[in-house]
Write a protein that binds this ligand. Structure first.
Ligand SMILES: *Cc1c(COP(=O)(O)O)cnc(C)c1O
Length: 381
């Protein structure tokens, strides 16, 4: 039997022990933590929709009409009208033939990769992909080949080794821990050249990037032939919960038939779907949120550079500052918290050994004053 208590103790000594914080308010740029108003630079609620009155109203209205639980899996009797409408709206929003809603992004990635490949196939992934893409490849039993972060030459050499096999290239579009972008145009070109299926996980680009918030595909001016599988989550900029895949008719039907994380799980509450329909409308109705987020990002980067902080190559809402050692990152996070500024420390195994960091996420609702407060906090470290 393993000595769990010893394992946990060791984790604590290595500054790798993880603890949750209980928040006593809705999500937002100011949250209540430990009995105090605290300035938050943590959440993925990039556009400030999680507590938006229109979403709350849509959610309540749907709860009145459809109740709370969906009652079963989508294929039994859990697929309610709001789920169906949401899928139609998502397909329309992303200008793709079909969309399919999953209960979470983690499950969507497991489902897509395991339904579309088997042990005879190959999955190519960026080394820094989200855990759910890596776990999905494990579950599929396909051969997993990881290329160096953003390195298309490395990817091409791996593609050459597996020319005659069915394959998927799967990548985060905007990397969740570094904030940088995958080279999607080149990846699309390689996928076409080697007849591989390109799948992107745009969890952090949806709602934020591109002229109209359609995400990285729009940002790079690509189309659905170049990027046949678009996966995105609804718990981040869309402010609700769950995830979706937008793709061709055949791919969506394959997922409905074979994605085990779709088949063998309860459908999300219909009110969540109704609230997400409202999010999509707000993305179109309130473009100023995207513009304001961009302004705050630029303000932060300019201020941080003046302080001499080493920023990463990120122009997204995700702005990490690397401290290398886990302990240093934890100490920085604690010192900021003492000034009532919440910025999480991100440690291995979430990021590679020796690249512990604090990760700042900016939101449209942060004021210029609040960004200045953060900069002052960072200056004091
Ligand atoms: C958050 C995230 C997921 C998981 O989505 P959930 O809906 O939270 O399960 C998947 N991929 C990436 C890149 C993410 O950032």
């Amino acid at each position: 039997m393993k000595d769990f208590s010893a394992i946990l103790q060791r984790r604590e000594q290595q500054h790798l022990y993880r603890r949750r914080k209980t928040i006593d308010s809705p999500q937002g740029v100011e949250i209540r933590y430990n009995g105090q108003q605290t300035l938050s630079f943590c959440s993925n609620d990039y556009l400030g929709l999680a507590n938006h009155p229109r979403l709350i109203h849509a959610f309540k209205k749907a709860a009145d009409e459809y109740g709370v639980g969906s009652g079963s899996a989508h294929l039994i009797t859990g697929h309610l009208r709001p789920h169906e409408i949401l899928e139609e709206k998502l397909a329309e929003f992303f200008n793709r033939p079909r969309a399919l809603v999953f209960s979470t992004g983690y499950m969507a990635n497991l489902g897509i990769l395991s339904a579309l490949t088997d042990r005879h196939d190959v999955i190519f992934e960026d080394k820094l992909n989200h855990a759910s893409l890596l776990d999905g490849a494990q579950l599929s039993r396909a051969a997993l080949k990881r290329y160096h972060h953003l390195d298309c030459d490395h990817l091409e050499s791996l593609l050459q080794e597996s020319r005659n096999q069915h394959s998927i290239i799967a990548t985060d579009a905007l990397f969740s821990m570094d904030g940088d972008l995958a080279p999607l145009p080149r990846l699309a070109q390689l996928a076409a050249q080697y007849q591989s299926l390109l799948m992107i996980d745009d969890a952090h680009g949806i709602g934020v990037l591109g002229e109209t918030g359609r995400g990285c595909v729009e940002y790079f001016g690509l189309n659905d032939h170049q990027v046949p599988i678009l996966m995105g989550t609804m718990g981040k900029a869309l402010g609700t919960f769950g995830a979706f895949v937008a793709a061709s008719e055949d791919i969506i039907e394959m997922l409905i038939q074979d994605a085990r994380s779709y088949l063998f799980t309860t459908a999300p509450p219909p009110a969540i779907a109704a609230a997400t329909i409202e999010s999509l409308a707000i993305i179109d109705d309130e473009p100023w949120r995207r513009a304001q987020l961009q302004e705050r990002i630029e303000q932060f980067r300019k201020g941080a550079k003046q302080l001499g902080l080493a920023l990463m190559e990120s122009h997204s809402a995700i702005q990490p500052i690397v401290f290398w050692e886990a302990q240093a990152a934890v100490t920085a996070s604690e010192k900021l918290l003492a000034q009532k500024i919440l910025v999480p420390a991100i440690r291995p195994p979430t990021v590679p050994q020796g690249s512990a960091r604090i990760r700042i996420t900016l939101c449209a609702n942060h004021t210029t004053h609040q960004v200045n407060q953060l900069l002052e906090g960072l200056a004091s470290l």
